[in-house]
Write a protein that binds this ligand. Structure first.
Ligand code: SF4
Length: 373
């Protein structure tokens, strides 16, 4: 539900203050949103993303630059491939959608490609919604090239730009993701396909919000089209990807995010994440927001090296992985775990403590030493 105007304005102003004066907001893309949903307990990431902070610049200013992002070469290659896929009014792209997802429909001989230009993300979102509504009743093929969708994330709107959305003759909508990693013999790297599916799931959720406002509501397909270069060529090939599971997980995780407003209210007065602040001040600002570091952050968040260092310095067991953390129950630091294993602390009836003591005994036995008690 949108915030009342005054509350929404106050929140936007507060988020701008957190970002720093004159610092432009970084739009939250689907990749970032999927990563945010993968770690819903992390308030640090939620407030930084909600405020539009450029985490890459922030990580560098903190002295722990991220190892993230595509090289210029990869970006150029990706853009060239996308342009090739969408050439001739999207003829090849629509052929692939028809072939992989909708063989029963009339083959696309021509397609409508509406102009989606408008001022600002809100204007583009409204233009996209109108184009989708109009296209749903035409009984033909429509290609929306880089539409703009909005999704409410922890109480603040995130604007998302899928590569394309196709409206089928039956009025249903399909998300298309165009990636530059290759599809070899019909299959691609599963981890990359998984990441693309999580991204597409975010777009599907945003599209469903648009569809819910159309009468009768069009069907948003839960099989998306992934287009990649075929083998080692730059010829497009495609595969239908079922994103039902990713959609359900992402929808659930997004509802678990703490509201950005509540996190902002809990921050000390004057907190600011502007990357040009002195590093001590910046570190204090970042550390004032609780984080839940896990090794998975290394492949999903620009602040991972900073948070890992902090987590290790605190001896937090989360830096060993979520599964280890879950096994250790109430023991949250490495020090507590070692003390429990040595029999110096912990409740012996606690299964985690008992298992640690048993493990320490077995280790001592194997090494021929006496376990510390
Ligand atoms: S790296 Fe830090 S800020 Fe990013 S998700 Fe992990 S704990 Fe949160």
């Amino acid at each position: 539900m949108p915030l009342p105007r005054t509350r929404g304005t106050a929140l936007r102003q507060r988020l701008a203050e957190l970002r720093g004066p004159e610092v432009p907001a970084k739009a939250l893309d689907a990749r970032a949103l999927a990563a945010l949903a993968a770690n819903p307990g992390c308030k640090r990431r939620a407030i930084l993303d909600g405020a539009g902070v450029n985490k890459t610049a922030l990580a560098s200013a903190l002295g722990s630059p991220s190892a993230f992002g595509q090289s210029q070469f990869a970006l150029t290659r990706g853009n060239a491939f996308e342009a090739k896929v969408k050439a001739d009014g999207g003829a090849e792209l629509l052929r692939l959608v028809h072939e992989r997802l909708d063989r029963r429909a009339e083959p696309p001989t021509e397609a409508h490609v509406p102009d989606l230009a408008a001022i600002g993300p809100e204007g583009r979102t409204a233009r996209t919604a109108l184009a989708l509504r109009e296209a749903s009743g035409t009984q033909g093929w429509t290609l929306l090239d880089h539409p703009m969708l909005a999704l409410d994330v922890a109480g603040s709107p995130a604007f998302l730009e899928p590569d394309a959305v196709v409206v089928h003759p039956d009025g249903s909508w399909t998300v298309v993701e165009i990636k530059s990693f290759p599809m070899l013999d019909g299959s691609a790297d599963p981890s990359k396909v998984g990441a693309a599916a999580r991204q597409a799931a975010v777009y599907v959720l945003a599209l469903e919000e648009v569809a819910a406002r159309v009468e009768p509501a069009p069907r948003v397909r839960h099989r998306v089209l992934l287009v990649c270069p075929k083998d080692f060529s730059n010829l497009p090939t495609a595969s239908a990807v079922d994103i039902r599971k990713q959609r359900a997980v992402t929808a659930r995780q997004l509802t678990r995010l703490t509201r950005v407003e509540d996190i902002a209210d809990a921050l000390p007065e004057g907190t600011c994440f502007a990357p040009d602040l002195p590093s001590g001040e910046l570190t204090a600002a970042v550390e004032s927001v609780p984080a839940t570091y896990a090794p998975e952050c290394l492949s999903a968040c620009e602040l991972a090296f900073h948070c890992r260092d902090r987590s290790r310095a605190d001896g937090a067991v989360t830096s060993l992985g979520r599964s280890v953390r879950a096994e250790l129950g109430g023991l949250t630091t490495v020090e507590e775990v070692l003390a429990a294993a040595r029999g110096e602390a912990g409740d012996p009836d606690d299964p985690a403590v008992a298992a640690l003591r048993r493990a320490a005994e077995l280790r001592a036995e194997a090494l021929g030493v006496t376990a510390c008690r």
